[in-house]
Design a protein around this ligand. Structure first.
Ligand code: MLT
Length: 269
């Protein structure tokens, strides 16, 4: 005999799409419209954006090329502009900062406008512009991102940036971490409908952290095995995977504002 209470819950349960896109290039046309996109570049752009905003950057202006960044600095002469970003992981010539979260301390960045360009992260944001809300996420703001997504009633799209148009494990791992967080927080009113990539991401996350005594250590260990992690070791940034593996350092959920072209820093309580 079915329990009448659970029968009632099923009747009112809302199905909410939760889709992972393993690369920006793999997002089917017109899929993101009306949804929330989370742009994910764990190593390192989305971690660095959250770190910079947490350190007091007034806003981040993402752009697609160093030339565009220099032009924006000239245009915004009334603002205290900081140029940040990388090509091939290395700070761009003439820029103030690279793409390591370690470079974005409050002493350096507080109150400034960060004009930011990276190889894959800002490109992924460009591919996400069709979504009605565009957020960025990393392990450092995982719980805040989950809380924010639980408030939304729209389809969720986790957009993995990848590296040079190849799928990267670190972004898929974080996507799986969000899928797991959303499922665990599942209220009686929502049932997440996962696409196959979301199921793959979830399996990856479970295989990395199941049985781990320290989650951040397990994440770091995995990040060091990915293409992005190996690139960072090669260019002398071996400490960055550890920084990017830290969990829940900030409640900031960076959100792109289409009108101003800026990423702002609302805190998620
Ligand atoms: C990117 O956007 O391509 C990455 O964040 C690269 C990097 O780690 O610097």
């Amino acid at each position: 005999m079915p329990d009448r209470g659970s029968h009632r819950n099923v009747m009112f349960m809302k199905t909410q799409p939760l889709h992972v896109h393993l690369l920006p290039d793999l997002i089917p046309a017109e899929t993101l419209a009306g949804g929330t996109a989370i742009v994910i570049d764990v190593l390192r752009a989305s971690t660095t954006i959250a770190t910079a905003l947490n350190s007091g950057v007034a806003s981040v202006i993402p752009c697609q090329s160093p030339e565009e960044a220099f032009a924006l600095r000239a245009e915004l002469s009334g603002e205290n502009v900081l140029l940040g970003g990388e090509r091939g992981g290395i700070r761009i010539e003439g820029f103030d900062r690279g793409n390591s979260p370690a470079e974005y301390t409050p002493e350096v960045v507080s109150g400034r406008t960060l004009v930011f360009t990276t190889t894959n992260g800002t490109r992924a944001l460009q591919f996400s512009l069709e979504a009605s809300s565009i957020l960025t996420g990393g392990f450092i703001n995982r719980a805040a991102v989950v809380r924010r997504l639980l408030r939304d009633e729209q389809p969720v799209h986790l957009v993995c940036a990848g590296t040079d148009r190849q799928v990267t494990g670190e972004d898929v791992l974080y996507a799986g971490c969000l899928v797991s967080g959303l499922q665990q927080a599942d209220s009686a009113a929502v049932q997440w409908a996962l696409n196959d990539s979301a199921q793959l991401a979830l399996r990856l996350w479970q295989s990395v952290v199941d049985g781990a005594s320290c989650m951040s250590a397990a994440i770091e260990e995995y990040l060091l095995t990915t293409q992005g992690g190996r690139n960072l070791i090669r260019i002398g940034c071996a400490d960055d995977p550890r920084l990017c593996a830290q969990l829940d350092l900030t409640d900031i959920v960076p959100e792109y504002d289409r009108d101003s072209g800026r990423i702002m820093a609302p805190r998620e309580c």
